[in-house]
Design a protein around this ligand. Structure first.
Ligand SMILES: [Zn+2]
Ligand SMILES: [Zn+2]
Length: 477
């Protein structure tokens, strides 16, 4: 027994010398093409489910059962989150993870049509996460086949990460140690251009500021009241003045979530919900401290009591040069997206509903952009993973060029063939990249070196309080 095992180990090719040859590359892509129809069907099912963050029960079940059926080992309920899971296949190191998401957005219900028409559900996949989770699942299945055929050592793992849209699911999964033994992570996101990297990701912190004052009759005894709404107004005014004195790349937004109930009652309770962003987390810390001072000053002036509850926070994405170069190379090998006649008609019609000034032109979906030429921004909990483990990132044109994320137009594209074509480009690029990483330990070392260089000694620490539990019901309201 021992001898057989030993011989098997010796029979394995040396991983640092085994680069993938063109015929293996072609075979891997052909296998993905053979599974394309089935996986496109899965993405349509998840698009139909359109489940909100932390409520992605059917979507996560579907992906779990698909991966279980082809031999992956499933770990459920990661970090105590019912819709978080990992699916692993293989043995030992290296462990290569691919991130999957599957949450939808409230208010973005839409048929797969180029004109506005809501479905009979409230939510919609306006960020294309139905494509995101399925492409990553298809990529791990293809990487598993490659590992098995080549008899290579290593583990490929799908990360089922819920609640990307504001719930910071990955932060809680990371805290629970889900990424501890992982060597490299690959991630992607649907977009309206094809490129590797993430140029303008923003770190963010969000919190609810609650003010408690003293109620009184607003006409008979206003002098006895202490208005919590005044405190909110004063805080917002202070932040508006602060806006001039923060770095230009800062974003600060707020909504009043409780402003009292009646104008003839001095409100004894009011709440304002803030979100601040900056490309660098340590700069954001300083900006956040000043926002907090605005809240404290407002409480002082209005003689109310203020409390702050951090809702969420994610880091900016730390780019990994080695992994992004590898993804770029493979993306160029796979190529961009060609529309059929019907898709071209759909795209032209959809673009009449968009503001396309300065937007990428129709036809740009056929090309591969360089990250420096591309437009992106926003925040993602992929950022936190990228500060823990070398993380490569990819965007593909699943949406008609010029389509903004979080729009009904994005929901429409994610439910039809334009979305599916972009999804397959992502699956192929991720699978080829995983195969490269399993075959060439030099790439893994490069990814590690790039990670260390970019991180420059900064240790990762989430700004979400350590005792805070995943906000499983934050979408209930
Ligand atoms: Zn989104
Ligand atoms: Zn998204």
């Amino acid at each position: 027994m021992c001898f057989v095992l030993h011989s098997m180990l010796l029979a394995r090719p040396r991983q640092d010398s085994a680069k993938i040859n063109p015929s293996d590359r072609a075979a891997l892509l052909q296998k993905i093409d053979r599974r394309a129809e089935h996986f496109t069907g899965l993405s349509h099912q998840i698009w139909e489910f359109a489940e909100l963050s932390y409520k992605e029960t059917q979507s996560s079940q579907l992906l779990k059962s698909e991966l279980r059926n082809v031999g992956f080992q499933i770990q459920e309920n990661v970090a105590g989150i019912p819709t978080a899971f990992t699916a692993s296949w293989g043995q030992g190191k290296p462990v290569i993870g691919i991130l999957g998401e599957y949450d939808a957005l409230p208010g973005l219900s839409q048929e797969a049509l180029p004109e506005k028409k809501v479905r009979n559900v409230a939510a919609g996949h306006g960020c294309g996460h139905n494509l995101l989770g399925v492409a990553s699942a298809l990529a791990v299945v293809a990487a598993k086949d490659f590992l098995a055929e080549k008899n290579l050592r290593g583990t490929v793992r799908f990360y089922g990460t819920p609640a990307e849209e504001g719930g910071a699911g990955k932060v809680y999964m990371a805290r629970a140690g889900a990424f501890q033994d992982c060597d490299v992570v690959l991630a992607w996101h649907p977009g309206s251009q094809n490129y590797a990297g993430w140029r303008n990701s923003l770190a963010n912190i969000s919190a609810k500021f609650r003010f408690r004052g003293k109620a009184s009759h607003a006409a008979i005894a206003p002098e006895q009241g202490r208005s919590s709404l005044d405190a909110v107004a004063l805080m917002n005014h202070a932040v508006e003045l602060l806006r001039e004195h923060v770095p230009e790349s800062t974003r600060m937004h707020y909504v009043i979530t409780n402003g009292g109930a009646a104008p003839n009652v001095v409100p004894d309770f009011a709440e304002v919900y803030y979100l601040a962003r900056h490309p660098d987390m340590s700069t954001l810390d300083g900006i956040w401290a000043r926002i907090l001072k605005c809240a404290e000053a407002a409480a002082l002036a209005t003689e109310t009591r203020m409390e702050m509850e951090i809702v969420s926070s994610v880091h900016n994405v730390l780019p990994n040069d080695t992994l992004n170069m590898l993804l770029d190379r493979n993306l160029r090998h796979v190529g961009g997206i060609r529309y059929s006649v019907e898709e071209q008609t759909f795209a032209e019609k959809l673009r009449t509903t968009l503001s396309i000034e300065n937007a990428p032109s129709l036809g740009s979906q056929e090309q591969i952009q360089r990250a420096e030429e591309a437009r992106d921004s926003g925040s993602s909990d992929v950022g936190d993973v990228s500060w823990l483990i070398p993380t490569g990132h990819l965007w593909t044109a699943t949406f008609v060029p010029g389509t903004p994320l979080h729009s009904w137009q994005a929901t429409a594209c994610a439910g039809m063939s334009i979305g599916s074509k972009g999804m397959l480009v992502a699956a192929k690029t991720l699978a080829l990249t995983a195969a490269d990483l399993f075959s060439d330990s030099g790439q893994l070392e490069g990814a590690q070196a790039s990670f260390k260089k970019r991180r420059a000694g900064h240790e990762y620490r989430s700004r979400i309080p350590a005792n805070q539990k995943p906000p499983l019901n934050y979408r209930d309201k």
